[in-house]
Write a protein that binds this ligand. Sequence first.
Ligand SMILES: C[S@@+](CC[C@H](N)C(=O)[O-])C[C@H]1O[C@@H](n2cnc3c(N)ncnc32)[C@H](O)[C@@H]1O
Length: 211
Amino acid sequence: MGEDLADAARHWDARYAERDRVWSGDPNVMLVREMAGLPAGRALDLGCGEGADAVWLAGRGWRVTAVDVSEVALERAAARAVEAGVGGLVEWQRRDLGVSFPPGVFDLVSAHFLHSYAELPRERILRWGAAAVAPGGVLLVVGHAGPPPWEAEARPGVSLPTPGEVLAGLDLSPGGWEVEVCEEYERVQLGPDGRPGTRVDNVLRVRRLPG
Ligand SMILES: C[S@@+](CC[C@H](N)C(=O)[O-])C[C@H]1O[C@@H](n2cnc3c(N)ncnc32)[C@H](O)[C@@H]1O
């Protein structure tokens, strides 16, 4: 295991090991909103965490490749897929996406909240994600546009770009893509003290034009 994988894996395995479950277990709202009407195909979930998005997609007939650097998260995610009866539709891959990327092309490449306190070349990973989108397919990037209300500013080294900055960072070939959604949205999140705060996130959906 290279140093990068070791650092990211150590960080995230420790984070996941703190609790039996870190995330809600529900699929991300923007995935549900943006993908609900689309026909099933091949999907790639970048930084899949505990697998709620991958399991939701598989439940709708998608064949999913789900990647994360954390072994703890992937074990949890795989168990969850089996419980949901979709274990055979998801391939779980442990990788540091900053170092290597899954082969293949996909009708959907999805990255939800791919942020990290460990080193993460997010822009490069998202460019690789765009390159893996099949003609006619979609890249969906959802992330935080700023720090949570209970933190005055972003922590050093954590990238929290606006949707426009995410789009610019993809460096998509002109004429090859249609920008379908590029916007900020607000949602309420509970802070460490249990009190709700409003957080600004962003969603970018771009489609590779066929042919
Ligand atoms: C904030 S969590 C989001 C998880 C999931 N997408 C969700 O929305 O619930 C970020 C995820 O990215 C993964 N991750 C961070 N750095 C990574 C890397 N270099 N390679 C692969 N996965 C990484 C973490 O292990 C974690 O599961």
